[in-house]
Design a protein around this ligand. Structure first.
Ligand SMILES: O=C(O)CCC(=O)C(=O)O
Ligand SMILES: [Fe+2]
Length: 385
């Protein structure tokens, strides 16, 4: 059989050859894990082609779940890295992290979902919503430091352009209530901000990436998404009941890139009608720190095609080119101001040119309740009342 293990820098690595392993792999693995205990490894990482848990294409390997997973849990394996499905997923169960890093081709959320494992909470059924059609390449890097390990997922456009770090995980994630699962804010969402990251990163957005869907892990964010004053206002504008679909926090630190002109319904794909945004300024926004720019009247356009754009100005790499009849206006806002805007309104922002001012915003996206067709990558919807 082609399985083997080795130690490096106090870390135990186990590679299981999925295609040649037989029933005796269980004995081999148990012996290996048992004997490695005497070395008191700092961490144990296991690699196996087919994942035990998966949400796309297959639901993972049943045999691995019944034979190997109990050993991983018993002997305290820290993380299992797999491939097989061409996408990125991450989860955690009984102190074991499960990572599928098969995005060397692409991350494709339009494949049918076989089963939703509750503990596989990143990717799969709850995919990284900012990538339409999931077309990204990625790799995962693990840094082992003194007393912690940090995994980072690095994403690329299909043409090879670097997008940045889009997920983080590692030993800092603790199961505080001891139920074997990570809940709420213990889970770390894609693009979550973490302290302790290298502050010398060239791109300030690597240190302060935008947070996606904080309402799924943070009660205050959920409270704002459902805030009656906001919901009253947006349902007055819509003229009908709405549901919440996403929240985001943009830190937009000094010198961060902006976001090229786009329409939100390119991503949310709301039908019938359109999504609506509530863009909340958490501090003063103006020309210097990269305030929001809008093209008034452009909401009357359909969802337009996106084209490649200037990567030195925008962290997204595609943009719509508005018809010259629309001028672009900057929306200066004071802390606490909210701008509601239509899902087909063309908008974006320029880089933050300031040396010490952030441009923090909390953004909610809603769709009319009757819009039953939308990008299901944003599920679950949130009832507002
Ligand atoms: O704040 C920005 O720079 C862009 C935000 C945005 O595109 C949105 O809220 O939909
Ligand atoms: Fe937007």
């Amino acid at each position: 059989m082609g399985s083997y293990s080795f130690d490096y820098a106090g870390v135990h690595f186990i590679c299981i050859d999925f295609s040649t392993m037989k029933e005796d792999i269980k004995t081999w693995l148990e012996d290996d894990l048992k004997s490695s205990l005497s070395n008191n490894p700092r961490y144990t990482f296991l690699f196996i082609h087919v994942p035990p848990y998966c949400e796309l294409w297959i639901d993972g390997d049943k045999w691995l779940r019944s034979r190997l997973v109990p050993l991983l849990e018993l002997y305290g394996v820290d993380a299992v890295f797999s491939g097989h499905t061409h996408e990125y997923e991450r989860g955690y169960k009984e102190h074991v992290h499960y990572i599928i890093t098969g995005g060397g081709s692409w991350l494709d959320w339009e494949e049918p979902i076989v089963k939703d494992w509750e503990h596989m909470f990143i990717g799969g059924a709850k995919n990284l919503a900012e990538f339409r059609h999931g077309l990204i390449n990625e790799y995962v890097r693990v840094d082992v430091q003194m007393d912690e390990w940090i995994g980072t997922m690095h994403a690329f456009q299909p043409n090879g352009d670097y997008i940045g770090v889009r997920d983080r995980f590692g030993s800092m994630m603790k199961d505080t209530n001891g139920d074997g699962l990570l809940t709420g804010s213990e889970r770390m969402m894609p693009s979550n901000y973490l302290t302790g990251l290298p502050s010398d990163a060239e791109d300030p957005l690597e240190v302060y990436p935008r947070m996606m869907h904080p309402h799924r892990v943070d009660p205050l964010s959920l409270h704002i998404l459902r805030h009656p004053r906001i919901v009253d206002q947006l349902e007055t504008l819509l003229g009908e009941p709405a549901v919440g679909l996403q929240t985001m926090i943009y830190w937009k630190p000094p010198q961060a890139l902006g976001q090229a002109l786009h329409q939100d319904d390119f991503y949310l794909q709301t039908q019938p009608y359109s999504c609506i945004a509530a863009w909340i300024a958490l501090e003063k926004t103006d020309a210097e720190n990269g305030a929001l720019m809008i093209c008034p009247g452009s909401h009357l356009e359909p969802v337009l095609e996106m084209e490649a754009t200037d990567p030195t100005l925008s962290f997204t790499h595609t943009a719509v080119r508005p018809n010259p009849q629309y001028s672009t206006k900057m929306v200066e806002m004071e802390k606490g101001d909210i701008l509601f805007f239509h899902g087909r309104l063309i908008h974006g922002s320029l880089p933050n040119r300031s040396v010490n001012r952030f441009r923090k915003t909390f953004i909610c996206h809603y769709i009319p309740k009757r819009s039953t067709s939308y990008n299901k990558g944003y599920d679950p919807k949130v009832e507002l009342r």
